[in-house]
Ligand binder design. Sequence first.
Ligand SMILES: [Zn+2]
Length: 121
Amino acid sequence: MINIELYRKRLLDLEKQLAEHSDRELEDGRGELIDTPHDSGDASVSDVAVDSHFTEAELDSIILQQVRDALRRIDDGTFGRCLVDGGPIEPRRLEAIPWAAYCLKHQALLEAAGREKTWTL
Ligand SMILES: [Zn+2]
């Protein structure tokens, strides 16, 4: 039996962290865009820095979406169950990835099909 309230708290904490981090990354990215001097030979270096901020923000927003989906499943009463077959997600997997939406078997199948990527922190 999994402790739903414990997972709810962990997911809410994660949601808060990711939302804050994502905002900060986007702000850093915007700041560098504005600060980039147009006549500088460093422009390409700045572009790379901007890109990495946005990529990290994108990654955060993907996980944030999955965390929010997991919170919704807690409300629905389907948290901890695989989205494909409704079977229980392995407790050790949930422990490592509280927003996991698939059991190991179906996660592996989805990854093999290339439709779903796993993001781990
Ligand atoms: Zn499954």
